[in-house]
Design a protein around this ligand. Structure first.
Ligand SMILES: [Zn+2]
Length: 356
């Protein structure tokens, strides 16, 4: 999603208000310890930092640290990681904030007390990768608490009009009560996209009840649903959120009569990459604001395209909601190596979609 003055949201909408009314906020416990945690606060070697950035710039492949953990001890692991440009998890939120400020050049982490260690480490890991790949990342990470965003969208992006800073929002409430998010995705809201239309609970396990929905992505999604538990990580939740979105999107495409539409594959960082799509798009597209605003000609043209040709629906139903969401959704697919047909790509170029 793209956060504007009037907040727009799509993913599993209507959930938050209902859940908030029920006061059903649940704080899930922290995830298990990561194997390759290294104390990054001990790393003060400027030369290594320089090496790191040079190697990052040249885009060399990441080298794993697990082997070194067993054989060479903590300091060597860190040196190796710095040389290879690999991301290392911090051991505390404070340390993660310091790392982000120093190495990723994040100006501020706002309300970082709302983030748990797993969440902020995962965010830093994605930011680290984004910086290596594209050179541009948000300048401010803002954690939102319950009630600040009236949709369950887990993340959002906006260029702050006052400070002109690139801001990534993280809706911590969505992750804190993720069991409610899953539960709500099964509720049918009149469009035939509720998961209960094709997934059922049988003997305490989720199973595909409509076999015409069967695909590799759907199998994977149902497996992820079944393995979700109160200790599931931030990555697990992000991945499941995208899975829910893609499963619903497949149901929507089917209801629209799109032929041979299968659920798209999903990954934990899809939502983050989608937000980065907005960020990169915003920085190169002069008509970005106009394309996002409700009643502009540009927006009307897009709606017309959507209604007459249904091109955006081939990407996702969310892609059909605005030119900006269309671009961010295609961008996410392109980053994953997905191929789109000529009509999708020409629409992407029409709205100045960033080159991948
Ligand atoms: Zn978006």
């Amino acid at each position: 999603m793209e956060v504007r003055n009037n907040v727009q949201g799509y993913y599993v909408s209507n959930v938050t208000r209902k859940a908030q009314k029920q006061n059903s906020l649940k704080f899930l416990s922290d995830v298990g310890l990561k194997k390759d945690v290294v104390d990054i606060s001990t790393q003060k070697d400027k030369k290594n930092a320089l090496n790191k950035s040079v190697i990052i710039a040249s885009g060399l492949a990441v080298v794993g640290t697990a082997l070194y953990t067993a054989t060479r001890g903590r300091l060597n692991i860190f040196k190796q990681a710095a040389k290879s440009g690999e991301f290392i998890n911090a051991k505390s939120v404070k340390e993660a904030v310091n790392y982000g400020k120093r190495d990723l050049k994040i100006r501020r982490y706002e309300n970082s007390e709302l983030a748990d260690l797993d969440m902020i480490n995962t965010l830093n890991e994605m930011l680290h990768k984004e910086k290596r790949l594209t050179g541009e990342i948000p300048q401010v990470i803002r954690f939102l608490k319950k009630g600040e965003l009236h949709v369950t969208a887990p993340m959002g992006y906006k260029l702050d009009p006052k400070t002109n800073k690139r801001v990534l929002f993280v809706n911590t409430d969505t992750f804190n009560r993720f069991d409610e998010v899953i539960k709500d995705s099964f509720v049918e809201r009149g469009r035939g996209t509720g998961l209960s239309n094709f997934i059922a609970l049988k003997d305490g396990k989720y199973v595909l009840s409509d076999l015409s929905y069967k695909s590799n992505a759907m199998d994977k999604f149902i497996e992820k649903l079944n393995t979700f538990n109160p200790n599931s990580s931030f990555k697990d939740k992000m991945e499941l959120y995208q899975g829910i979105s893609n499963a619903k999107s497949a149901a929507h495409a089917r209801n629209l009569g799109l032929k041979d539409y299968k659920m798209q594959d999903f990954a934990f960082d899809d939502i983050f990459v989608h937000e980065m799509g907005h960020m990169h798009h915003r920085s190169i597209y002069p008509r970005y604001e106009e394309a996002g605003a409700q009643m502009t000609q540009l927006r009307k043209d897009f709606t017309l395209d959507t209604e007459t040709s249904r091109i955006p629906y081939r990407v996702s139903s969310y892609a059909a909601s605005s030119p900006l969401e269309f671009v961010a959704e295609v961008y996410t697919g392109l980053r994953k190596g997905q191929h789109f047909d000529n009509e999708v790509m020409s629409l992407y170029r029409k709205y100045n979609g960033p080159l991948v």
